[in-house]
Write a protein that binds this ligand. Sequence first.
Ligand SMILES: [Zn+2]
Length: 179
Amino acid sequence: MKIAKNTVVTVHYKLSDAQGNLIEESSEPMVYLHGGYANTLPKIEEALEGQEVGYDTMIQVEPDDAFGEYDPNLVKVEPRNRLPTPLEVGMQFEGSPEESDEGEETLIFTVTDIADDKVVLDGNHPLAGMALRFALNVAEVRTATEEEIAHEHVHGAHGHHHEDPDDEEGDHFRSHPIH
Ligand SMILES: [Zn+2]
């Protein structure tokens, strides 16, 4: 089966920087819904479009097509007491940027500094500003279910799990599982 819109693609990946230094090697493959649902980078979809199981490729993606340029406006300072204890540099939280009551756009904030009663949170993706190389190897391609297409993401094994629907409640800093 060829990779096309509304197929679910399982792909092993190895991520390096533009100098070839390994950043991440997948222990579990990425599983995503193909077809412009923003489940993965558009450049990855472009590279895999029309390919089949066993396809191997290496692509380089510039920051603009990956996690963006580094944006100093995404750094914010919060009172220490708004965040859970214990707290250390490197911890990540899901939150919304200032003044966004739409509840749509959430960012992952990384704790980059802790002072007495203040915490610096950086909403830039850790890979912002970097050109990235992906080595990709397609392990599986299947047709998406109607439900997956309606939800615009993959269900099951490594896909999306529905839980905890009380997203919009109160404090918008929630602990985020890091993989
Ligand atoms: Zn769903």
